[in-house]
Design a protein around this ligand. Structure first.
Ligand code: C2E
Ligand code: MG
Ligand code: MG
Ligand code: MG
Length: 291
C-alpha cells in the first residue's frame, strides 16, 4: 500500500461509532471525490493582540463544500480522513490553499502569519517534512510566517518522531504550536525538551473564565509556564469582553474567538480585516483612541 494508505479498502462495523458503516463508506467515497475536485476549502479565523487590537495572524481551518450537504466543518470529516489515510491529501491541500492565500495577501501589501493544523498521521508519514517545504517553495509563502499546530496529545505521544519533524522544519524557520493545550497531560519536564513556540489554551478553560476561579488559576498557571519556557500563548475560543478582560489582566497577549471573528472565507476575511474595530475598551487602546 502507498504511504497514504489511500488505496486500502476498509470495512467499518457499527461498533466503530455512531455513524453506520454504509454512511461511513459513503463519506469516504465522497471525500475522495472532494479531494479530486476542489471541494475542500480553507476558512481563516483572526488572532488578535489583546492590548493593541491588531490582527496578528490567522488560523486556517478546513471546510468541505459538499455538493449535497452544504458546507461541512471538520467535525464531520476529519476523523474519517484520519482513519482512511486521506488526511495526508487533505492536509496537503489545506496547507497549499493556506500558503497560496498567504502569498496573495503578501502581494496585496497585507502580510499575515498563518497557522495550519497537522494531524498525527501526517507527522508519521516519512515524506512530511519534504512535502511541507515543497509547498512553501511552490507557493512562495515564507516559512517564518507559518506556524503548524499539533494537539497536545500528538505533541506528547511518539515524541521521537515529533521531535525529528519539528526540529527539521524549525530549522527552516517554521514555528510550532501546541493546540488545545491543557487537555492533555504534559508535564513541565517533558515540555522543556520539545521544540515548540506557542501554547494555544483550550477553549474549555476560556469559557467561564469570568466566573470560575479554577479556570482562572489554570490559565494563570499556563501563562507562568509559558514565561519560564519562553513560549507565546494564544487563548482559544474567546467569546466575551469579560473573558478578554481577564486574559488581559493575567498577561495573555493573543486571543482568538468569536468575539473578534468567526472562521471566514478569504474574501470575507479581507473585508472583515479592513472593517475590524477591536472589541476592546478604547481606554485600553491609547494608540487607536488617538488615531
Ligand atoms: P482547533 O484547531 O482547536 O480550531 C479551533 C476550533 O474552534 C475551530 O473549529 C473554530 O471554528 C472553533 N472556534 C473558534 N473560536 C471559537 C469560539 O469563540 N467559540 C467556539 N465555540 N468555537 C470557536 P472547526 O473549524 O470546526 O475545527 C475543529 C477542529 O478540527 C480544529 O480545532 C482542528 O483540531 C481540526 N481541524 C480543522 N482544520 C483542520 C485541518 O486542516 N487539518 C487537521 N488535521 N485538523 C483540522
Ligand atoms: Mg488549531
Ligand atoms: Mg484548538
Ligand atoms: Mg480545539
Amino acid at each position: 500500500a502507498k504511504a497514504a494508505g489511500g488505496n486500502t479498502l476498509r470495512v467499518y462495523s457499527h461498533s466503530d461509532g455512531e455513524v453506520p458503516a454504509r454512511e461511513r463508506l459513503r463519506l469516504e467515497t465522497d471525500l475522495r471525490v472532494a479531494l479530486a475536485s476542489d471541494q475542500i476549502t480553507v476558512f481563516f479565523q483572526p488572532k488578535v493582540d489583546v492590548d493593541t487590537g491588531h490582527v496578528t495572524g490567522a488560523e486556517a481551518l478546513a471546510r468541505w463544500n459538499h455538493p449535497r450537504r452544504g458546507l461541512l466543518t471538520p467535525g464531520a470529516f476529519i476523523e474519517i480522513a484520519e482513519e482512511t489515510g486521506l488526511i495526508l491529501r487533505l492536509g496537503d491541500r489545506v496547507l497549499e490553499l493556506a500558503c497560496r492565500q498567504g502569498r496573495a495577501w503578501i502581494d496585496a501589501g497585507q502580510p499575515l502569519p498563518l497557522a495550519v493544523n497537522v494531524s498525527m498521521r501526517q507527522l508519521e508519514w516519512a515524506g512530511y517534512t519534504d512535502r511541507v517545504l515543497e509547498i512553501l517553495e511552490a507557493t512562495g509563502f515564507p516559512p517564518s510566517m507559518l506556524e503548524l499546530e499539533l494537539t497536545e496529545t500528538v505533541a506528547m505521544a511518539n515524541s521521537e518522531q515529533v521531535r525529528l519533524v519539528t526540529e527539521r522544519l524549525r530549522r527552516a524557520g517554521i514555528r510550532f504550536a501546541i493546540d488545545d493545550f491543557g487537555t492533555g497531560y504534559s508535564s513541565l519536564g517533558h515540555l522543556q525538551h520539545l521544540p515548540f513556540d506557542t501554547f494555544k489554551i483550550d477553549r474549555s478553560f476560556i469559557s467561564g473564565l469570568e466566573v470560575e476561579g479554577s479556570n482562572r488559576l489554570i490559565v494563570e498557571t499556563i501563562l507562568s509556564m509559558a514565561r519560564s519556557l519562553n513560549y507565546e500563548v494564544v487563548a482559544e475560543g474567546v467569546e466575551t469582553l469579560e473573558q478578554l478582560e481577564v486574559l488581559r489582566a493575567t498577561g495573555c497577549k493573543t486571543a482568538q474567538g468569536y468575539l473578534f471573528g468567526m472562521p471566514m472565507a478569504a474574501t470575507m476575511f479581507a473585508s472583515w480585516r479592513r472593517a475590524f474595530q477591536p472589541a476592546v475598551p478604547p481606554s485600553a487602546l491609547p494608540s487607536l483612541a488617538a488615531a
